[in-house]
Design a binder for this molecule. Structure first.
Ligand code: PAF
Length: 281
């Protein structure tokens, strides 16, 4: 596995690879890799000849006061995991390498990024779309794989690619869960054993929503209230949002008539966790 730290080096290598007819699969990450990332890498392997993984904790997608400084990092462990997963190139630039001090161009999506995490973390998706656009230009992938756990992010990136005509196929891979249902996330590492138990309330609340839809409940307010009760039954959990949205537009729906995204953000102690499920009535 080659490790590339410079933007120029990565871009030159990618352009040469592309010209030679090799199909590049890309998995952008912020590191502290887990089984969820490994599944994205396997998916990229299946869809491409060469796999590039980026590890970059992107400062522009964190709001002031968020956990940029304390975001879990372990580059040596990540490197070992990438090597065993058969990654061809690990791209790990520094913030200085990625961003000029006088940068003045941003890429912003203005519809799908408005609600959910976009509302709770204003500016977050602007940082995500900007860095992903930059990474696509640097890595030149034919296909890029994102996780369904970050459903809103995946949809925003799909729109970015469509509206700015990036020649990249976006593939969304299913959420990988621990045996007890907790969605894999780098931030899970921060949970104490007690909080780890409390965190299961997200999966339970999504299960409640699924059960109600299966039983024929269509009123989103009733389902949201049941999800809130499930989360709030746990002392240490605080709801940021529990929403039921049209799966394509991410607009809240009052009555479930077609495919919906049921999405949750919950704070367990200081750790913010998100999870979601797509349901068709
Ligand atoms: O999902 C993530 O890890 C990040 O938001 C991404 C896509 C790597 C951009 O920094």
């Amino acid at each position: 596995m080659d490790i590339i730290r410079s933007v120029d080096g990565m871009q030159r290598r990618a352009l040469a690879t592309k010209v030679s007819g090799v199909r590049i699969g890309f998995v952008p990450t912020m590191g502290f890799l887990h089984a969820g990332h490994m599944a994205l890498i396997r998916c990229a392997r299946d869809l491409a000849d060469q796999v590039v993984v980026s590890i970059f904790v992107n400062p522009t997608q964190f709001l002031p006061g968020e956990d940029f400084a304390s975001y879990p990092r372990d580059i040596d462990r990540d490197r070992g995991m990438c090597e065993s997963a058969g990654v061809d190139i690990l791209f790990c630039p520094t913030p200085e390498e990625m961003y000029a001090p006088d940068r003045s161009v941003w890429v912003e999506e203005t519809m799908l990024s408005r609600g959910l995490c976009g509302e709770k973390r204003p500016g977050h998706f602007k940082g995500v779309t900007t860095v992903v656009a930059k990474l696509f230009n640097i890595v030149q992938p034919h296909v890029a794989v994102f996780g369904q756990k970050d459903a809103q992010q995946a949809k925003v990136i799909g729109r970015l690619v469509r509206d700015l005509n990036f020649p990249v196929e976006i593939v969304v891979a299913p959420t990988v869960r621990e045996q007890d249902g907790l969605a894999m996330s780098s931030r899970n590492a921060r949970l104490t054993p007690r909080q780890r138990q409390d965190a299961l309330c997200l999966y339970r609340a999504l299960g409640v929503a699924r059960g109600m839809v299966e039983q024929g409940v269509r009123d989103a307010a009733i389902i949201r209230a049941a999800m809130a009760d499930t989360v709030l039954a746990v002392d240490g959990a605080e709801i940021e949002y529990a929403e039921i949205l049209d799966d394509a537009t991410l607009q809240p729906v009052p009555i479930i008539a077609g495919r919906v995204l049921v999405a949750l953000a919950v704070r367990v102690g200081k750790t913010r966790l998100i999870d979601n499920v797509s349901l068709t009535p």
